[in-house]
Design a protein around this ligand. Structure first.
Ligand code: ATP
Ligand code: MG
Length: 511
């Protein structure tokens, strides 16, 4: 029993929840209007009725007093009610004489001011009324509902009554009038409310339509093309629907940028994998080729040469795999070593090494230090950054190119600049020069006879610099290429005055 009731209640709740906002708003507004109208109508009726009844009661008491006055002047017959027509009693007035609480004579004033004797049944209806002046309502058969009172005054008890029909008719008229006005008013209000609600909620419909459209867009595959947005007229933040529209637009923006970003990351990943496989395939193919040649005997290839080539290719592969591993670790955000080190020393050592390797270039080192070039970082990795830049300046420029390395230290930062007056980075390559596997056509950028690089050197330099909280920039045009690495100085070193300000210290350069 209870469970069935519960089920009914739950079903009703679901039905109610399932109703549209429009229906609910209309229902609530109508219900409120009905309650307010009913309350106002009832109040009016009750107040009016109380007023009319009070008025009638006063007239009934007056009639009783007049009856008694008339009676006192007449003597004789105890059942004589002739005074009724003498004292200006209105038509419909009922008067009766009482004795021992019983009605002994009762008459009514007719429309034409005559007296009509009441029947026994009508008299009985008037019985039992105490003579204390209190007012009572009685239904007299054939005459209708009466308001009656009985007084005894100077010992002559008399009863008077007036019909309540007028009061009742007025109240009925009032109720009818109010009902008609309320019905018409409610119907009009309902229609207006329905129209207004429909109008006001139309923007929400449009917002919902946009949301549905976006939800049907194929977001899980392929390129994310421009998604639909809520139109500007439905994004006014001053309205509730506008706020929803604006929020939806922000969400769609967010979804679109996230998806585009994801798409780009996937694209980069795919390219990276393809490039890495390609890079590894070349030395592998070459090792396989030499192995095949050696398999056919020593007359095809000199074993010593084959051995050297195989060693070189495997070295290249090892280097490549190490580079890839390093990039993967940096991508993962693995912590680097953090020791305080002097960049000027580090750069100077790197330049010496480079000078030893690239004797055909003119090397120059300048230190412009307003503060000690102390930074916190991973010595080996930072050395790798500088070595990569120096190697590029050496490998991608012809002999005789002047390479200038400048170390600057200001209050907060240390900047390493590697400059060369070589042919420069091809403009098409420049925007993506720090991306992985980016390199110029080997025939353009390399000197003949040199191994081609893998295009990871600058990507690694950029990743290491970023991991140290620094940045790397490049500017290049034919005859002037400059890489600049900016690193934050070690805390505590930044404000110290630098006593031995060495404006420029030059390293000897070869012709
Ligand atoms: N100083 C420079 N002058 C001219 N071109 C340069 C210079 N530095 C870099 N480049 C160009 O930028 C490309 C990318 O350099 P990056 O160091 O990333 O790769 P790579 O030197 O080709 O190979 P890897 O450094 O991995 O051996 C180079 O291939 C070269 O074309
Ligand atoms: Mg390089």
């Amino acid at each position: 029993m209870t469970t069935r009731q519960d089920r009914h209640r739950a079903a009703a709740a679901v039905r109610w929840r399932g109703r549209s906002l429009r229906a609910r708003l209309l229902l609530f507004t109508s219900a409120t209007l009905i309650v307010v109208c009913a309350a106002m109508a009832l109040t009016t009726v009750f107040v009016q009725r109380a007023y009319l009844l009070g008025n009638l009661d006063q007239r009934v008491t007056d009639a009783a007093e007049r009856s008694q006055g008339g009676l006192q002047r007449r003597t004789g017959d105890a059942t004589d009610l002739g005074f009724l027509t003498e004292r200006g009693q209105p038509a419909g007035t009922v008067a009766a004489r009482l004795a021992d609480g019983k009605v002994i004579a009762a008459e009514m004033v007719t429309e034409d001011s005559h007296l009509q004797v009441l029947t026994a049944a009508q008299r009985t209806a008037l019985g039992g009324i105490p003579t204390d002046g209190s007012r009572h309502t009685r239904t007299i058969p054939g005459l209708g509902t009466y308001r009656v009172t009985a007084i005894s005054g100077d010992g002559v008890p008399v009863l008077a009554g007036l019909p309540m029909d007028d009061v009742q008719d007025m109240i009925n008229g009032l109720v009818l009038g109010e009902a008609v006005i309320a019905a018409v008013g409610l119907a009009a209000a309902g229609c207006v409310t329905a129209v207004v609600i429909r109008r006001q909620l139309r923007p929400l419909d449009r917002v919902a339509a946009t949301a549905v459209e976006v939800s049907h867009a194929p977001l899980d595959r392929g390129e994310v093309t421009a998604l639909t947005r809520v139109s500007a007229r439905d994004t006014d933040p001053a309205t509730e629907a506008g706020q929803v529209g604006a929020a939806l637009n922000r969400m769609i923006d967010h979804v679109e940028t996230s998806l585009t970003e994801r798409q780009r990351t996937e694209e980069r990943m795919r390219r990276f994998l393809a490039d890495a496989s390609h890079e590894l395939r070349t030395p592998l193919a070459s090792i396989a080729g030499y192995a095949e040649l050696m398999n056919h005997g020593t007359e095809k290839i000199e074993p010593q040469l084959a051995w050297r080539r195989v060693s070189a290719q495997s070295e290249r592969m090892t280097g490549l795999v190490e580079d890839l591993l390093l990039l993967a670790r940096l991508d993962e955000g693995r912590p680097l070593e953090a020791a305080e080190l002097n960049l000027a020393t580090l750069v100077a050592e790197a330049v010496w090494d480079a000078q030893a390797a690239g004797g055909d270039h003119a090397w120059q080192l300048a230190l412009r230090l307003d503060a000690p070039a102390q930074v916190v970082g991973d010595q080996a990795r930072l050395h790798q950054v500088v070595a990569n830049l120096l190697a590029n300046a050496r490998v991608h420029t012809p002999s005789g190119t002047r390479i200038t390395v400048v170390v600057e230290a200001t209050d907060t930062h240390c900047v390493i600049r590697v400059r060369d007056n070589g042919p420069g980075i091809p403009p098409g390559l420049l925007p993506s020069v720090f991306e992985r596997f980016t390199r110029a056509d080997a025939s353009r950028s390399r000197l003949p006879g040199k191994e081609s690089g893998s295009g990871l050197g600058l990507a690694i330099a950029a990743a290491i610099t970023e991991a140290h909280g620094g940045r790397i920039d490049v500017e290049s045009e034919p005859g002037q290429t400059e890489f600049a690495i900016e690193l934050p100085l070690a805390a505590g070193r930044r404000t110290e005055p630098w006593a031995a300000s060495t404006p420029t210290s030059l390293m000897g350069h070869k012709p």
